[in-house]
Design a protein around this ligand. Structure first.
Ligand SMILES: Cc1ncc(COP(=O)(O)O)c(C=O)c1O
Length: 399
């Protein structure tokens, strides 16, 4: 007999974590593993951010703060968000959280009732469907296509909504495809939503600063300001400021929704770490050049990854405009055999690649999409070259 709640049973263990854990275990055994599976920048925290944490610790900033984050942090978030998205959310409409993940989680808990539907897109970031399920909701999935540059079609959007839909959750730049959704795409979403005034949008901009080739990642509230009353815009320091472990994100949104999210946070975790709050103030208010240097380096590595992948027979690779992932089509490789065994699935491909060739990637099925892989270029050029040389050897060994 299980001792797990039905809610917990409905949640799948994170498949990206599983690959990372297996790669780490192989490394502990002394194997040389080149990993392109990481979902975090390989950069250290910026020097002025590090200094702010040390100073905050020395000053004794180690007590509880307001559950939604201290006023100084929420002012810094308010200014930063206005600078990036042109909308001013007052501090009372901002909740600071332990990472963007907690902001999305709080929003799902605050909005969804049992049986309510949450619309998401496939391929999805692994946590979106699980967060809907944890709030006793039902994920409803819209399939995207590579030939549409991974943007949704209007007719598919129209079919997804009904009177039970309470949220639409998405982020651009997209994890795992690296797509940046155009203004036109966001306008289409806004047009479809006109018919569904009860739907709240959870707009996840965690990669908004990591865009390439002069592309900008607009938020839906910029192209459809009429939606600001029913949009929760989520962002954070994890990706842009290389602060994944410090766990500092936030949500900006309508008063009533943020108030409901504050109740969820009050009753569960209280404030995000006081030291991380000081790190975030320094990151948001301090010099932005280290972020730009990191972005430029990611852009350079993007070029290397795409070029190397395109050199492998059976791999089709688009150029991602944002985040730090490529999502190549490897369906031709799945038709082949390795040592007589049909490869068939992206999970098996990733296993063979890891166990036999020492390269870690994430199977597309983790994101709901068979036939693809997610490769991260948030790792050194040397690791990228080593991993892709191994991938090429693997592809060459298939019959
Ligand atoms: C699309 C997306 N949203 C949110 C997050 C979570 O960010 P955080 O580390 O701030 O919780 C991630 C992290 O991988 C992500 O890919």
């Amino acid at each position: 007999m299980t001792r797990e709640s039905r809610r917990a049973q409905a949640v799948k263990a994170s498949p990206t974590m599983a690959i990372t854990a297996r790669a780490a275990a192989l490394r502990r055994e002394g194997k040389d593993i080149a990993s392109l599976s990481a979902g975090e920048p390989d950069f250290s925290v910026f020097p002025h951010v590090e200094q702010a944490v040390v100073e905050a610790l020395r000053r004794g900033a180690t007590k509880y703060t307001a559950s939604a984050g201290g006023p100084e942090l929420r002012e810094a978030i308010s200014d930063w968000m206005q600078g990036d998205f042109g909308v001013r959310w007052p501090a009372a409409q901002i909740q600071a959280t332990a990472g963007a993940k907690q902001a999305l989680y709080n929003a799902c808990q605050a909005i969804l009732d049992e049986g309510d539907e949450g619309v998401i897109f496939n391929p999805y970031w692994v946590s979106y469907p699980e967060m809907v399920r944890l709030a006793s909701g039902k994920p409803v999935v819209i399939d995207l296509r590579a030939e549409d540059r991974w943007e949704p079609r209007e007719e598919d959007l129209q079919r997804a909504f009904n009177e039970r839909t309470r949220i639409l959750m998405f982020g651009s730049p997209v994890n795992p495809t690296g797509a940046v959704w155009s203004e036109q795409c966001l306008r289409t979403i806004a047009r479809v939503l006109e018919k569904w005034p009860r739907v709240i949008i959870l707009s996840d901009g965690i990669y908004s600063r990591l865009v390439f080739g002069g592309v900008k990642a607009p938020d839906i509230v910029q192209v459809a300001p009429q939606l600001v009353d029913r949009t929760v815009v989520i962002n954070g320091c994890s990706k842009a400021y290389a602060m994944t472990g410090l766990r500092l994100g936030w949500a900006c949104g309508p008063k009533d929704i943020i108030a409901a999210m504050n109740k969820v946070q009050d009753a569960s975790t209280s404030n995000p770490s006081s030291l991380s709050q000081h790190a975030a103030i320094a990151a948001l208010r301090g010099p932005q050049q280290p972020l730009e240097d990191m972005r430029v380096e990611f852009e350079r590595r993007r070029g290397i990854v795409v070029e190397l992948l395109r050199g492998i027979r059976g791999v089709k690779c688009h150029v991602p405009d944002g985040a730090f992932y490529v999502f190549p089509d490897v369906s031709a490789l799945l038709q082949k055999r390795y040592k007589g065994e049909p490869v068939q699935t992206s999970v098996r491909l990733a296993e063979i690649l890891l166990e036999e060739f020492g390269a870690a990637v994430v199977p597309g099925s983790a994101f709901g999409r068979e036939g693809f892989l997610r490769l991260s270029f948030a790792t050194s050029e040397a690791q990228i070259r080593k991993a892709l040389e191994r991938f090429a050897r693997f592809a060459g060994a298939l019959e």
